[in-house]
Design a protein around this ligand. Structure first.
Ligand code: FES
Length: 107
């Protein structure tokens, strides 16, 4: 099952920046792309390295290792050397908090 989990305060992540967070058993990358928050898995589908530290370009992230590009909204891979999409997670703002819907072990 999935549940909404509290990640960070809105003002903790300025526009154009990202931060790795662990929610439940999920390690993800939270991104503020010009005021829109996105959550993607923090693993590049090319070589399994972290996407953390990658440049944010509009609604895209560029892997800091070899330059693969992914859509933050859909997880779609946009250029080589990666060929597989990455997972995305629903994000919502509640008050001043950024929350992400992730899978959890509870029934
Ligand atoms: S690990 Fe991301 S492009 Fe190679």
């Amino acid at each position: 099952m999935t549940t909404w989990m509290d990640a960070i305060a809105v003002n903790e992540l300025p526009a154009g920046e990202s931060t790795a967070v662990e929610l439940g058993n999920t390690e993800l990358l939270l991104v503020n792309a010009d005021g829109h928050f996105y959550a993607v898995e923090n693993v590049c589908s090319h070589d399994g390295e972290a996407l953390a530290g990658g440049e944010i370009d509009g609604e895209e992230i560029i892997c800091p290792r070899h330059g693969a590009r992914f859509c933050l909204k859909t997880g779609q891979v946009l250029c080589a050397p990666a060929y597989e999409d990455i997972k995305t997670y629903p994000v919502r703002i509640t008050g001043n908090r950024v929350q992400v819907s992730v899978e959890c072990d509870r029934d």
